[in-house]
Structures are given as structure tokens and as C-alpha cells.
Design a protein around this ligand. Structure first.
Ligand code: BEZ
Ligand code: FE
Length: 280
């Protein structure tokens, strides 16, 4: 039959992994078409949808294909397959499309927020699986402003706003001063937004801070910390929530020792979290 003919056409692919991927893709794609029997108009709609998705991708901050993979749960499936063995390391979640390289190096506890919000300190340690501190680990951190947009995505925000690279000290400690993250909708002005709308799905993500943590000799950790009180934890538009990644932002006094250390002049909140890295 046609399907087997197409599968056979990849038989001479020199790279065996590419051969397996292409043949499996053809089998599953054909099975989908046989099951759903699209009209020619529906197939053209699908092609137009993918064309529009590709047109909304750039090298900086817009990547509609990542958004599509995320909203279809494929990003979290790839994540689960690649981190399927429990090692004791901190759990991973989606990378998302809004990471930017080369963001400012920040000192211990430095404030990375240059737009308004409720002040928070996020602190803890980066540890090995055996509980030993990891010195000089780099924590690349990013979050949205109160308007739900990332700097870079929102050109009104100062360069590097709510982004930064923090380093752990000799005891493996890190500290970040920032603002309380808010829940926000993923971009809905493209084909993915239309898909969510047409299927009655909402675009909201629960409030979170993004982390990419690197240390020589350890596996890079891509994860988030979620606010445990967020109403969207059970319906994240990209299925990224894991219970082990939730934190409480506790209310703290304006004049306590930590407020003095990080030069906070009013009441603030504090969340604590220890990250654990797997050996590379
Ligand atoms: C994010 O958290 O930045 C994100 C993740 C997936 C899709 C869109 C945004
Ligand atoms: Fe995000």
C-alpha cells in the first residue's frame, strides 16, 4: 500500500536514526490521515496553519513552533522522556520561547526588577545529589513584568529587566531580589492563539520564575519555581507544572535582618528553594 511504499523510500537513508524517525513519522502521519479523513479544504487549512506558525518565528523572542509544541504537550513529553529516571535531581520543565542569552551578571541578592511590583527575595542553595554545595553554579533567571510580558518581547521594558545571571557562593548559596511573578497568558496573536480560542482553551500560565542552572561537571537544569497559591496551577496552558516545583512566598517584615542585607525598605515576601543537580 501507499504507506509502505513511502516508508520503503527512506530505506537507504545513511543515518539510521534519521531513517527510523522518517519512517515512523510517515506511519503515524498516514495513520492520522486515515483515521480523520480530512477534506482537501481541511488539509489546506492545516498547511496554512503551519505556514503561519513558521512565519511567526524569529531569532530573538518569537517562536510560534515552540508555542505549538508546548500547547500540544509535546515539549513536556520530550522533557519526561529525557528525564525519565528519578535521580534525586530537581525536576525539569519547559524552556519556553522567551529565554535570552547574555543577560546581565548579577551580584548576590541583586535586584533584577526595574519595573514595579511586590518585592520578593528568592534564595536557597544549589547542591549535589549527596547534599554537598556547588560553588560558582550560574543561575540564569527570567520572568515577566507585572504586565505579563518579558523584556525583549515587550520593547518598552529596559534591557535585561527581570533577567539576570546569578552565581552561587562558597556555600552554594544564591539570592535574587525581584518582584512577585504574576500569571500571564502566552501570546495569542498568532495561529496558536487561534487554535486555543477555537478549541475553548485558555492561554494562561501560573505565575513562575524561570531558571537555567549550569555548573561544570553537572547536567544543566531547566526548570521553574511556581507560586503555590496560583489559580492556574491545575490548568497551565503548556502542562508544565510539577508539585515539587511549587514555593510559598511568605510575608516578611520591613525591618528584619534580610531586609537590611538586601536593602529592602518596606514589607516583602520570601521564597526559599534548594536546587539539586545531577552529575553530567
Ligand atoms: C514561558 O513560560 O515563558 C512559556 C512557556 C511555554 C510557552 C510560552 C511561554
Ligand atoms: Fe514564562
Amino acid at each position: 500500500m501507499l504507506t509502505e511504499q513511502v516508508v520503503a523510500s527512506f530505506e537507504n537513508t545513511p543515518n539510521p536514526r534519521l531513517r527510523a524517525l522518517m519512517q515512523s513519522l510517515v506511519r503515524h502521519l498516514h495513520a492520522f490521515v486515515r483515521e480523520t479523513e480530512p477534506t482537501e479544504a481541511e488539509w489546506m487549512t492545516a498547511i496554512r496553519f503551519l505556514t503561519e506558525t513558521g512565519k511567526m518565528c524569529d531569532d530573538v523572542v518569537r517562536q510560534e513552533f515552540i508555542l505549538l509544541s508546548d500547547t500540544l504537550g509535546v515539549s513536556m513529553l520530550v522533557d519526561a522522556i529525557n528525564h525519565r529516571y528519578a535521580t534525586g535531581a530537581t525536576e525539569t520543565t519547559v524552556f519556553g520561547p522567551f529565554y535570552m542569552e547574555g543577560m546581565p551578571e548579577r551580584t548576590f541578592g541583586e535586584n533584577m526588577a526595574h519595573t514595579p511590583g511586590e518585592p520578593v527575595v528568592v534564595r536557597g542553595r544549589v547542591l549535589t545529589i549527596d547534599g554537598a554545595p556547588i560553588t560558582d553554579a550560574v543561575l540564569d533567571v527570567w520572568q515577566t513584568a507585572q504586565n505579563g510580558m518579558y523584556s525583549g518581547q515587550d520593547t518598552q521594558q529596559p534591557h535585561g529587566n527581570l533577567r539576570g545571571r546569578y552565581r552561587t557562593d562558597a556555600e552554594g548559596r544564591y539570592a535574587i531580589t525581584t518582584i512577585l511573578p504574576v500569571s500571564y497568558p502566552i501570546p495569542t496573536d498568532g495561529p496558536v492563539g487561534k487554535m486555543l480560542d477555537a478549541t475553548g482553551r485558555h492561554p494562561w500560565r501560573p505565575a513562575h520564575l524561570h531558571f537555567m542552572i549550569e555548573a561544570p561537571g553537572y547536567r544543566t537544569l531547566v526548570t521553574h519555581l511556581f507560586d503555590e497559591s496560583d489559580p492556574y496551577l491545575k490548568s497551565d496552558a503548556v502542562f508544565g507544572v510539577k508539585p515539587s516545583l511549587m514555593v510559598e512566598y511568605r510575608q516578611r517584615d520591613a525591618h528584619d535582618q534580610l531586609a537590611r542585607q538586601f536593602e529592602l525598605s518596606g514589607p516583602y515576601r520570601e521564597a526559599t528553594y534548594d536546587f539539586t543537580l545531577d552529575r553530567g
